[in-house]
Design a protein around this ligand. Sequence first.
Ligand code: AMP
Ligand code: MG
Length: 406
Amino acid sequence: MLNPEEAYRKLIASIEPLDGAETVETRDALGRFAAEDIVAPVDLPPFDASAMDGYAVAARDLDVAAPFEMRVIGASVAGGPSDIRVGGRDAVRILTGAVLPEGADAIVLQEDTERHGDTIVVTERPRPGRHVRTRGHDIARGERVVAAGTRLDAYRLSWLTACGIGRVAVRPRVRVAVFATGDELVEVGETLGPGQIYESNRFALARLMSDLPVEVLDLGRLPDDREATRAALARAADDADVVVTSGGVSVGDADYVRDAVLEVGQLDFWKIALKPGKPLAVGRIGRADFFGLPGNPVSTIVTFLLFVVPAIVRRGGGVPEPPMRLRARIAHDVRHTLGRREYQRGIVTDRDGELVVAATGDQSSNRLATFDGANCLIEVPGDRGDLAADEAVSIVLLERGSGRLF
Ligand code: AMP
Ligand code: MG
């Protein structure tokens, strides 16, 4: 069995990013990957400005001890610059964001003054540069705002917008085909017959992709039939960049997915030293990347988070980043059989500055209840047996409601 690290490395290395780009409005680019480096077309801020409300002064001329008097000779407000030159004992009233008048090199805070008509008494002598936002100190014209492949999140999009960039070139969306497999599955809304259960994996995957730059092709349910599976997978691979199935990859008599893939494509690996998710099958059908996720709902989700999401990121021209691992104390004993790395669903809390994590009850891989309230995955190493309460463990934070790990 492949260890999870090796599997991940192999997988990412085997994925060919889509090329091409489209230009979209910055307001519509949330979650997309930049297709090229984007440089600032302007200095931000575009002029030296005041960071505070107060008085613009020439601090280098103020060779006196506070308190001292100054004369107010004008005003500069945001959007309304003053053309008065400042020097000596002259000051200009200035508000946050207003242009620093010529000659001024510092701001005296309003709180450090007393005003009497056109005169102020300065109670705190300013140093040159104090409370001045210099032109270009957020970003200078020609500097790179984002690199090609960067995920355009709300922070970066607002920075681009502040630079006046209204349109950006982004990578095309990844077309992800999703199938459920299994004769026992019915759609929510239908009536359950004997031995039937509601399909939930396809549903989960589509929701978990909601903030990825994808187009989801929901291709429904496949029966436990090799020929039907083969035909459906071949067709899906013609339309999609990534094909994902759930179920049918174990060693049962009704598990036809692997055989079907082998007929129309290839498998790069199958079986990972992972719990849940051991039967994960990864391969290729035509130009599409293929993922056969195990069918138990928790296994489907965990393998999707750990492997499929980074693969989609890479396919879509982004740079998958390994999730941040934090150390926490486990609140209870953990039963664990040596051999496979286990990801338990957990709830981490801060206890007086120390992270403490507890698993969400019985961790059986059919129990979606284990995700209820979970905010992390607890990593139980494959080369360890049972863990004792209070031991340090690694955790990976879950971003609730999306498929992203921190
Ligand atoms: P399989 O890997 O096909 O043997 O499925 C393992 C377990 O997951 C079985 O109990 C299936 O009924 C269940 N399962 C498979 N696919 C789904 C699905 N799409 N939604 C809910 N449960 C599923
Ligand atoms: Mg099945």
